[in-house]
Design a protein around this ligand. Structure first.
Ligand code: CAA
Length: 280
């Protein structure tokens, strides 16, 4: 299949890697040449790591990379089978992207958004193919995490849902069907848990290391909540809490002031080299 991936940041490049590793052709699009170059570099670095670990050989790497094309021109996406959008988490930006794609990409193509919490139904309305519009929510790091939440909006057809469920299995992911609701399943549980960990830290109940160790060893999580927040991005965590708070109108989803303060101070986690922890 020919897949168009929009956005070459952490999620977009991870999604592109996943598809090329599974034999699909990918066109990775971003607005700037520099961004697509960085996205391709991330993928090459990950594949080099696999070669170093003996998981693939250099011929495999070359074959996988040959499945990847990059572009900054939306016209290059006109004959893809599926679009997966992983641009910034801003509903207006996403609507603009899909509105433009809808005019250019062939009518049969399915449009999927990797949004972590925005309304699929609302974004779909920016196109004339609401029946072929769906949510495909991947998890960071996308090449590794096994789950994809497949979210149907009110007008998503059963045919579209079935095609996407089968595509997920084809790329060795486990899909879970979700009806549209704020935060879907994972983020509605995971993000308030991180927010609670910020509260525990802020109240001086325990240090960041103790909180993370407690959840790793006491609840068998692969990462503690604060190191996970640094991986996801503290700005992304704050944004999701704000959406949950607004949509449900329940104060149990109120973002912790310490999280807000860190985001204002650009302490976003790994991407700014400082968050709850410091990174080289
Ligand atoms: N990209 C690609 N591959 C990566 C990677 C990355 N960024 N980070 C790690 N990997 C690979 C490693 O190369 C390694 O591969 P092999 O098994 O083939 O050798 C494998 O993942 C395991 O990595 P490590 O041995 O380095 O470290 P680890 O065992 O501690 O695993 C981890 C790292 C996979 C990140 C693990 O700690 C983990 O699962 N953490 C939790 C991640 C999580 O919860 N993600 C969801 C966040 S929520 C979200 O994304 C949704 C949202 O909308 C906000």
């Amino acid at each position: 299949m020919k897949i168009g991936v929009i956005g070459s940041g952490t999620m977009g490049s991870g999604i592109a890697q996943l598809f090329i590793e599974n034999g699909h052709n990918v066109i990775l699009k971003d607005i700037k040449e520099e961004n697509v170059r960085k996205g391709k570099e991330i993928i090459e670095r990950n594949l080099d790591n696999k070669v170093r670990k003996g998981k693939i050989n250099t011929d495999d790497k070359d074959r996988i990379i040959s499945n990847l094309n990059t572009t900054t021109k939306v016209e290059d996406l006109k004959d893809v089978d599926i679009i997966i959008e992983a641009a910034v988490e801003d509903i207006n930006v996403k609507k603009e992207i899909f509105k433009e794609l809808d005019k250019i990409v062939n009518d049969e193509a399915i449009f999927a958004t990797n949004t972590s919490s925005l309304s699929i139904t609302e974004v779909a309305l920016s196109t004339k193919r609401v029946d072929k519009f769906i949510g495909m929510h991947f998890f960071n790091p996308a090449p590794v995490m096994k789950l994809v939440e497949v979210i149907s909006g009110v007008s998503t057809s059963q045919d579209t849902e079935e095609k996407i469920l089968s595509l997920c299995s084809n790329i060795n992911k486990t899909p879970v069907k979700v009806n549209e609701a704020p935060g879907f399943i994972v983020n509605r549980i995971l993000i308030p848990m991180i927010n609670e960990a910020v509260g525990i830290l802020s109240e001086g109940v325990a240090t960041k290391e103790e909180i993370d160790t407690a959840m790793k060893l006491g609840a068998a999580h692969p990462m503690g909540p604060l190191e996970l927040s640094d991986l996801i991005g503290n700005d992304v965590v704050l944004n999701i809490m704000e959406i949950l708070h607004k949509e449900f109108g329940d104060d149990k989803y109120r973002p912790h002031p310490l999280l807000r303060k860190m985001v204002r101070g650009n302490q976003l986690g790994r991407k700014t080299r400082i968050g709850f922890y410091e990174y080289e």
